[in-house]
Write a protein that binds this ligand. Structure first.
Ligand code: GLU
Length: 450
């Protein structure tokens, strides 16, 4: 890493010592930027990187709500408008017990480059709350969402900042949040939030977009390696929206997901999670209890292993961590490398620790793809939802799917070309960082401020 990058990183470490996830993501992005910074001395001249690691704006707010027993609770809410150089701020909301500033900032920083990679005009943002959705009644979720939006609504808008879902925020929460926004503002601005229900401006394919997009990206990687998806066995972690989309698209294309994992352990279904019955069962299972995937193994008579992860088995061809950050650490990465598996395709935001990612990238027999490219189809289709809302039109599923596919093909080729341009070979991780960074950097330089 050159001296300029190292000094900015050092300052980030000092300033954000208590936000390890944020430091981790900055370090990961910076590790790819040396050749770009050397080619563009003008960036150092205006100290562009120090600006880039500082969110343009970040709000903290109080969210107070009453539970069904009449007890009052106070949570904290955040919105981080990280970088608006290329478009209005865009990014999801995460409701999870462990959310704090460091998580929101890391996600906002990642989102900035991810959104840039989509090729669409969307800046990077993220928000959320330390609200724990587990075990909450529908009425409690409604009251929480209304209170959350009452604090947030004055900072967002269809041309300002457009939130969406993330962990703990699905179609139900988006509906409640939008309902409260409309109530407060008294306008029909459905372009203010994405992931909406189809009856009020949602886009077809949005729920599946992240998973479908990840599989389209995977197909490009396979094509590059003169390989094909036909007959491949895929191990995913998670079984939420994203993992579910992967299962569905993989099955459609003649591959099968044979492992999935949840907080309670992992399931091995060698026949593949590839029938409507199995896919629908997962939807039901997670609606009832998002913490346990064991019921799947009981229902379909397959193996369940409690309290551990499935990484490192030899009977798979492709790994797709699609659950949460830091799912794969160096210990797991070593098992993965030993297993001889070739494809490591990140899907969740930052699912690999930096040392593990570096280790896997160093394995000659492996191809590693980064989440900020692989999962960008989700936010990409959110941007298509925004387009449909401003056009007052509804596109067909085929139209959205075709656009999504095109987007993923472009993201893959842009990343591969960026790495090639800097003599890095087929390095999709560096390529995505460089391609995502270049557009944001150019926009910031041309706008001459911030
Ligand atoms: N939370 C998703 C992500 O990580 C989606 C964001 C959006 O659609 O705005 O990209």
């Amino acid at each position: 890493m050159n001296a300029y990058l190292a000094s900015v990183l050092e300052n980030v470490k000092t300033k954000h010592g208590n936000e390890p996830e944020f430091v981790q993501t900055v370090e990961e992005v910076f590790s790819s930027l040396e050749p770009v910074i050397e080619k563009h001395p003008e960036y150092e001249k205006v100290d562009l990187l120090t600006r880039m690691v500082e969110p343009e704006r970040m709000f903290t707010f109080r969210v107070t709500w009453e539970d069904d027993q009449g007890n009052w609770h106070t949570n904290r809410g955040w919105r981080c408008q990280f970088n608006g150089a290329i478009g209005p701020y865009k990014g999801g909301l995460r409701f999870q017990k462990n959310v704090y500033e460091g998580i929101i900032k890391f996600l906002g920083f990642e989102q900035t480059f991810k959104n840039s990679l989509t090729g669409l005009p969307i800046g990077g943002a993220k928000g959320g709350s330390d609200f724990d959705p587990a075990g909450k009644s529908d009425a409690e979720v409604l009251r929480f969402c209304q209170s959350f939006m009452t604090a947030l609504y004055r900072y967002i808008g269809p041309d300002i900042d457009i939130p969406a879902g993330d962990m703990g925020v699905g179609a139900r929460e988006i509906g409640y949040l939008y309902g409260q926004y409309r109530r407060l503002k008294g306008v029909w601005e459905n372009g203010v939030i994405t992931g909406k229900g189809l009856s009020f401006g949602g886009s077809l394919i949005r729920p599946e977009a992240t998973g479908f997009g990840a599989v389209y990206y995977l197909c490009e990687v396979l094509k590059h390696e003169n390989d094909s998806i036909e007959g491949k066995r895929i191990a995913v972690s998670g079984y939420g929206n994203v993992a579910w989309g992967i299962m569905k698209k993989a099955a459609e294309l003649g591959a099968k997901v044979t492992y999935m994992a949840g907080p309670d352990g992992y399931v091995h279904d060698p026949d593949g999670i590839d029938t409507d019955e199995k896919l629908n069962f997962i939807l039901d299972m997670r609606a009832k209890d998002p913490m346990h995937c064991k019921p799947y193994a009981e229902k379909f008579g397959c193996e369940f292993v409690e309290g551990t992860k499935h990484w490192g088995h030899k009977d798979v061809d492709i790994l797709m961590p699609a659950a949460m950050q830091n799912d794969v650490n160096l210990e797991w990465a070593k098992k993965i490398a030993e297993s001889g598996v070739k494809y490591y395709i990140e899907v969740a935001n930052m699912p690999t620790t930096n040392d593990a990612l570096e280790f896997l990238r160093g394995q000659k027999h492996m191809v590693v793809a980064p989440s900020k490219a692989v999962n960008a189809g989700g936010v990409g289709v959110s941007a298509l939802e925004m387009s449909q809302n401003s056009e007052r039109l509804v596109w067909t599923a085929e139209e959205v799917d075709a656009q999504l596919k095109k987007m993923m093909v472009t993201i893959h080729s842009m990343s591969a070309e960026a790495a090639e341009e800097y003599g890095l070979g087929y390095d999709l991780v560096a390529g995505a960082n460089i391609a995502g960074f270049k557009k944001v950097a150019e926009a910031m330089m041309q706008q001459g401020q911030f």
